[in-house]
Design a protein around this ligand. Structure first.
Ligand code: BGC
Length: 811
């Protein structure tokens, strides 16, 4: 007995020892590969002094007692950068090309890394007083760790509405205001670059990250994105417009090869980025994970240098997506200046290539120059005293206002706005657990989220207690399923608590006591996996039953039922939209979502949001659905950390290892309208509580632009805003082109009943060009175009022909 016991003990100890050794080796490997590598630097023990010379005050960064050119903010950025560059050793330069690992991303406390939760940093140069610069996510607001060890203070950021909602406002001024508030949090929490906005095209409804993107249309994506960049950067912090380019799915994302025509690339996928670069000159652009036609975007000199810089004039730096690409040297040579978050492998590869002459100092200098320019231009450089106390209250107000402006009223049969005295019965678990935004790096650590129930209560509406109590009991019973996953877990396991089906008794009781029913549909997706059709794009059986039962019971009792869609992307609506009396597409409105919905339902805000994408009848109606991953396979983080295995052609899996964009330019409404395919709700669609009339359209063709003037009148009884969408079509075209394409848009101010306003929009003539594969350039077809002003791509109010006679000179 004793011997057996001893043996077992020895075996157990041996296993334990073995596991310990594995853990130690693993720990050592992780530490040296991803956490601690690169140049070892020590902080000088003297402070940086402020000195005065000839009446000019400067920070003596290198502590040498004299004013050096790079310390002199009066001279040009070019001169300062060159001076600083000349002071760096080759090793210091290489050290700056890669980030400092994933310590800050993992919120590891390190005295040298001051902002836990920041996704990455640019390496400092201590001896020259060059500070560490921080990069943090993301598109719906700053993502940092909200609590820190040894601090009672909290660092919550505002969860602003998701990008798709912001695009649904079609209001560039409002988006710029949101950007200004977002950027202020970046500045005041001591960060330097926000890894946003996302400007990829919503090629297919199933892309898990669509909520981080704006639209299926490049023009709308481009102008909304530029407004966001201008707003954020007005704070003296940078942006990183991502993910450049054609990153339209999560499945196989670290190595997916996008096979796409040059025409579709130029007209659809690059176009939005082109507009953003030209309208806002962002500090940085983030290259994407995927390949385009065989080459990783981060290793494509054609994309990053020839197109982005030489053609469009981009002046900032390009940063990889986190762990993106496979060859550090090729990345620098292509014009991808900064490798994030940085690994030992990259550090070694760059050093070796430089020693062997495979990577020239000229190439290194080109990238380091861009990095230095960013650092010198940052507020960190002038030692900005950030407060760690942004005005979160004011930002909550901005969030609420922007959220209500981007919500889209899809249906309203004399039910909204509410009278104000109704008692409301809430159904659907998300009525009580409202979803603020998507998951992954686009998620924000906000202090609170206002649920629909709270929002309605705050608006003074009465909530039926029967259904509220039933929800509480359901939550208690399924306690574990109602625990919101955080961090990495949320990426692969988004929060989707189980639905509650009300019993017939409960339904009857609620229909007897309440005046109106609201059913909320919730969806939660994000980085880490694409969505799937069943129970996600399509409603689940339970959800359909819920809408059916609630609307039938309430209708029988002579009462109305409405549906609120708290979703981050497109959901099927055609099969059930007849059932409720009203449908509000609330999107995910950030932390003030419940209040914003209440503002619309109560009539405090008249809805003016318009769809930035088509709601199809069937998923398969999208041309891209023929070549899109349908199984929602989660991404593999091991691919990110250890690289993607290159497979022989014959073993490659379609839509994971490669995706053929066979639909070409026919993305979204370009496809539906050209094919005259029935849709559930068209691109640009959205209802108001009032009516508008479009009249007196005038167009004037100048050398380089077509100026459009149109009068919009509020002919209804409630103040409201309207969006004007200008499309172009070319009826006698000799090439293949979409039936119509969005060329300009604008939004009226709040118009009082009976008031009208004149909207002036301009369409650059060059924007009528198409990309000629034959000539490998933009071509303008002369002749008659029709300019159409409408309130959706299927509701054209006024149209006028214009003659574009001579082919214009196109850049
Ligand atoms: C995402 C980026 C993000 C980065 C840093 C990546 O996984 O694709 O959008 O900015 O992580 O968090």
């Amino acid at each position: 007995m004793n011997r057996t016991f001893k043996r077992i003990l020895i075996i157990l100890l041996a296993i334990l020892g073995f596991l310990l050794i594995i853990a130690l080796i693993g720990g050592f490997y992780i530490n040296s590969a991803f956490l601690s590598f690169g140049l070892t630097q020590t902080q000088p023990d003297t402070e940086i002094d402020i000195l005065t010379t000839g009446g000019f005050q400067f920070r003596d960064l290198n502590r040498n007692g004299v004013l050096d050119p790079y310390e002199d903010s009066r001279i040009s950025m070019e001169e300062r950068t060159e001076d600083l560059l000349s002071r760096l050793t080759l090793e210091e330069k290489i050290n700056m090309l890669k980030g400092s690992g994933i310590k800050s991303l993992l919120s590891m406390e390190d005295p040298d890394l001051l902002v836990p939760g920041a996704a990455g940093t640019i390496e400092p140069v201590h001896r020259l007083g060059i500070p560490r610069v921080y990069l943090a996510d993301g598109p719906a607001g700053l993502r940092i760790t909200p609590v820190r060890k040894e601090s009672d203070k909290t660092y919550y950021a505002t969860a602003f509405p998701i990008a798709t909602l912001l695009a649904s406002t079609w209001n560039v001024d409002l988006v710029q205001d949101v950007g200004r508030a977002m950027g202020n949090e970046v500045l005041e929490y001591g960060l330097d670059v926000l890894l946003a906005p996302g400007a990829n095209i919503q090629r297919n409804p199933l892309c898990g990250r669509n909520f981080e993107y704006y639209s299926e249309d490049p023009l709308l994506s481009g102008y909304i994105g530029a407004a966001m960049v201008n707003g954020i950067e007005s704070n003296g912090v940078g942006t990183s417009v991502k993910h450049f380019v054609a990153n339209n799915q999560e499945s196989g994302r670290y190595g997916n090869d996008v096979i796409v025509s040059q025409r579709a690339l130029r007209e659809i996928y690059l176009k939005g980025f082109e507009i953003i670069v030209k309208e806002s000159q962002p500090w940085t652009i983030m290259s994407s994970y995927n390949k385009v036609n065989g080459t990783y975007t981060s290793q494509s000199r054609r994309l990053l240098t020839d197109i982005l810089r030489d053609e469009w004039g981009f002046e900032g730096l390009v940063v990889t997506d986190w762990f993106g690409g496979s060859d550090a040297v090729a990345q620098i040579q292509a014009g991808n200046d900064l490798l994030q978050p940085g690994t030992r492998k990259q550090w070694k590869a760059l050093k070796e290539a430089s020693e062997e002459g495979a990577l020239s100092e000229g190439d290194i200098n080109t990238s380091v120059r861009r990095i230095l320019k960013l650092v010198l231009g940052s507020r960190k450089m002038d030692n900005y005293a950030f407060t760690n106390a942004p005005d979160l209250k004011n930002h909550a107000r901005i969030t609420r206002e922007s959220a209500s402006e981007g919500m889209v009223l899809l249906k309203n049969e004399q039910v909204l706005p509410l009278q104000g005295s109704e008692k409301i019965a809430l159904f659907g678990v998300t009525s009580f657990e409202f979803i603020a935004g998507g998951t992954g790096s686009g998620d924000v650590n906000e202090a609170y989220t206002v649920s629909l129930q709270e929002g309605l209560k705050n608006a003074g509406l009465d909530i039926d207690q029967n259904t509220a109590d039933a929800f509480e009991a359901h939550k208690k019973k399924n306690r574990d399923a109602f625990v919101k996953p955080e961090g990495f877990e949320a990426m692969t396991n988004p929060y989707n608590p189980p639905q509650l089906i009300p019993s017939p008794d409960l339904l009857q009781k609620a229909a007897g006591e309440a005046d109106i029913a609201i059913v909320t549909l919730g969806r939660n997706a994000g980085e880490g996996a694409d969505r799937v059709e069943k129970d996600d794009f399509l409603l689940s059986k339970t959800e359909k039953e819920l809408i059916q039962n609630v609307s039938e019971t309430f209708h029988k009792a002579g009462k109305k039922c409405l549906v609120v869609m708290n979703v981050g992307g497109v959901v099927e609506t055609a099969s059930w939209k007849v059932l409720p009396d009203a449908i509000l597409l609330a999107w995910q409105g950030g932390q003030e979502g419940g209040n914003a919905v209440a503002d619309i339902l109560s009539g405090k805000v008249n809805p003016s949001g318009k769809l930035p994408m088509t709601f199809p009848v069937h998923l398969a109606d999208h041309a891209s659905s023929a070549n899109f991953p349908m199984d929602g396979e989660p991404i593999r983080f091991t691919d990110a950390m250890f690289g993607v295995e290159e497979k022989p052609e014959s073993e490659k899996i379609p839509n994971t290892d490669f995706t053929k964009y066979e639909e070409g330019i026919y993305v979204g409404y370009r496809h539906f309208d050209t094919q005259n395919k029935e849709v559930s709700y068209p691109f640009g669609y959205g209802l108001s509580y009032t009516d508008f009339n479009f009249s007196v359209m005038e167009v004037a063709v100048n050398d380089s632009s077509i100026d459009v003037g149109i009068t919009v009148k509020n002919t209804g009884e409630i103040p409201g805003k309207e969006v004007i969408q200008i499309y172009s079509s070319k009826p006698d075209t000799s090439i293949e082109r979409p039936r119509r394409e969005l060329r300009a848009f604008g939004k009226t101010p709040l118009l009082q009943p009976g008031d009208s306003t004149r909207i002036h929009l301009s369409v650059p003539v060059s924007e009528l060009s198409y990309w000629s594969e034959k000539k490998s350039g933009w071509e303008l077809e002369p002749g008659t175009y029709v300019l159409e002003a409408g309130t959706s791509s299927r509701d054209i109010k006024v149209s006028l022909p214009v003659e574009v006679r001579m082919p214009q000179k196109v850049q």
